[in-house]
Design a protein around this ligand. Structure first.
Ligand code: NAD
Ligand code: MG
Length: 328
């Protein structure tokens, strides 16, 4: 069983009187900074000079902003896009890490794949909320929280876990539950999920089923509602009560057809391919490919994104969504 921490397992004490520097004021950064500030902790955000938007937003929120040159703190949280973190770390963070201070991440990629290698005399910790930043903020304001993962990669102070839990408490995550993991587990499962299931798998399933219907002569509008729009209703049922909750809610015909035909789509060959993708993640092959792709200026990424944007389902979807009043 996973170790799950709640409010009574965590204290803000390890962060009281400590300086927290949140690098980045984006999706996660703004939420963490505001929640920690509201929890009574000493927070500044560090921002690049060119990002005037983030500077204005922090000022409006009453969070003190400093430039990257002035990063300092007992805990430095790296809340900028993963692919820019290594360079920002090398230029502005590495030399600022004091003995027994802490560096914190919200995703394990750069530590797990050695793109950032902090000195051995600092704590390396992770608090990864299982939700987007705006939700992390909204739930906190409502007195609730978003669950998070917590991990310790390096424990130089001897209190790394307590410090991570204090941070998790400060952003509201222990109000609901914080699951202990490792940088390796968080990174590999996160990449696997988004590639196979959440983003990659779902997008291909929708596009392929749409194409089959349209190629067989059915109207794209009807196909859109069938294979994309209705997916939300199904996912909501699964999210709220599990897969069986969905089976209970759909018609007898949908149950029988789904249970017998779904297995023919997700064949053992598909499952074998999932294992192959997992092995590429575990071996670092995917990480290398993505890092090199970034160094090359993202030629494949840009092309694929262009193709996604111009898929026929996007055109019909744009029109169909105009008909749906609650999407306005
Ligand atoms: P983001 O894209 O919202 O970050 C934007 C911020 O980064 C801005 O303040 C910008 O000024 C700063 N920034 C951008 N480029 C920069 C550069 N070159 N140098 C310095 N600063 C720069 O980032 P995010 O989505 O909040 O992700 C931050 C971390 O949180 C990542 O490790 C990500 O994997 C993790 N995470 C994100 C989410 C999410 O829902 N977005 C969820 C869990 C974990
Ligand atoms: Mg994820």
């Amino acid at each position: 069983m996973a170790r799950i921490y709640s409010d009574r397992d965590a204290s803000l004490e390890p962060l009281k009187g400590k300086k927290i520097c949140i690098v980045g004021y984006g999706s996660q950064g703004h939420a963490h900074a505001l929640n920690l500030h509201d929890s009574g902790l000493d927070v500044v955000t560090a921002l690049p000079e060119w990002d005037k938007e983030s500077w204005k937003r922090a000022e409006k929120d009453g969070i003190k902003a400093v430039s990257l040159e002035n990063i300092e703190g007992d805990l430095i949280a790296m809340l900028i896009p993963d692919m820019v973190q290594p360079e920002v770390y090398r230029k502005f963070v590495h030399e600022k890490l004091k003995e027994k201070s802490a560096i914190l991440f919200a995703h394990g990629f750069n530590i797990h794949y050695n793109q950032i290698v902090p000195p051995p005399n600092v704590d390396v910790i992770m608090v990864a909320p299982k939700g987007p930043g705006p939700l992390v903020r909204r739930m906190f304001v409502e007195g609730k929280g978003v669950p998070a993962l917590v991990a310790v990669q390096q424990n130089a102070s001897g209190k790394a876990l307590q410090i991570a839990l204090a941070y998790a408490k400060g952003i509201g995550a222990t109000r609901v539950g914080v699951i202990e993991t490792t940088f390796k587990e968080e990174t590999e499962t996160d990449l696997f999920g988004e590639q196979v299931d959440l983003c990659g798998g779902v997008a291909e399933m929708i596009k392929n089923s749409f194409e089959v219907l349209v190629e067989a002569g059915y109207q794209p509008e009807v196909a859109y509602f069938e294979v994309l729009h209705e997916l939300k209703l199904i996912v909501d049922l699964i999210y709220e009560g599990g897969i069986f909750n969905m089976w209970k809610a759909v018609s007898e015909t949908a149950k029988y057809g789904g249970m017998t035909r779904g297995k023919r789509i997700f064949t053992s060959a598909v499952k074998e391919e999932m294992r192959k993708i997992l092995r590429e993640i575990q071996s670092g092959e995917f990480a290398r490919e993505w890092i090199l792709e970034n160094m090359a200026g993202r030629p494949v990424y840009n092309k694929l994104l262009e193709m996604e944007a111009s898929h026929p389902i996007e055109l019909v979807g744009k029109e169909m969504r105009k008909l749906i009043p609650w999407l306005k």
